[in-house]
Design a protein around this ligand. Structure first.
Ligand code: AMP
Length: 221
């Protein structure tokens, strides 16, 4: 199954994609996580990306397109994947369409996590992420706290605040989303593969709604 998630920063994309990746046993490809890994490795692409990420702006399209072309052709994506954070503007969506047709693949579903913009800042500034690059589990100080403060339930590593989860950058990231990524909702609506999910519910209820949607989808396919 090939899935794509849309939704503003703080809508819970990362959490839902991690849950779904475990449930369906397919790869979760998060553009933000891939970029942060390149930054940590100090690659040329990572260093270029960092200057944009530090400002809450989108990294130039060629960096993302090369990154996803490479990942999607890898064997661990052959039985499906969940895309989180890519594509993020219309030009990336068109390049992604080309990648799909070159690989003779199609997207099964685009899941759009719908939520009012009001609670997003609180959701993002309370976010904590496992520092272990092989885990990267996402928590929230209020809505999804770890059992022990600042310690990952799964791998027991330290939890950190992402450098771009500070309030001033969050405003820019939200504006970037509404200006550049939101038009993708209509783009995929026109392709008749978009499903809206109410992301204001609890994380477990959002997950259940997604699973119900995907079950319906496999019945009709
Ligand atoms: P995220 O973890 O999805 O919130 O992404 C963190 C940052 O990585 C964003 O604020 C952007 O600077 C950059 N980024 C992630 N995905 C993309 C993308 N598809 N296109 C351009 N920049 C991206």
């Amino acid at each position: 199954m090939r899935l794509l998630f849309l939704g503003p920063p703080g809508s819970g994309k990362g959490t839902q994609c991690q849950l779904l990746s475990n449930e369906l046993k397919i790869r979760h490809l998060s553009s933000g996580d891939l970029l942060r890994a390149s930054v940590a490795q100090g690659t040329a692409a990572g260093l270029e990306a960092k200057t944009y990420m530090d400002k809450g702006l989108l990294v130039p399209d060629p960096v993302l397109i090369a990154m996803f072309k490479d990942n999607l052709s890898q064997e661990n994506c052959h039985n499906g994947y969940i895309l989180d954070g890519f594509p993020r503007n219309l030009s990336q969506a068109k390049s992604f369409d080309d990648m799909l047709s070159n690989l003779h693949q199609f997207l099964d579903c685009v899941i759009n996590l719908e939520i009012d913009s009001e609670p997003l800042t609180l959701r993002i500034t309370g976010r904590r992420v496992c520092a272990n690059k092989n885990c990267l589990k996402v928590y929230h100080t209020k809505f999804n706290p770890p059992q022990v403060e600042n310690v990952c339930d799964d791998c027991k590593c330290e939890l950190i605040i992402r450098s771009d989860d500070k309030e001033d950058l969050v405003k820019v990231r939200l504006a970037t989303y509404f200006e550049q990524t939101q038009p993708l909702i209509e783009y995929y609506q026109l392709k008749k593969i978009l499903v809206n999910i109410d992301a204001s519910q609890s994380s477990q209820n959002v997950f259940n709604s997604i699973l119900t949607t995907l079950k319906e989808l496999t019945k009709t396919h």
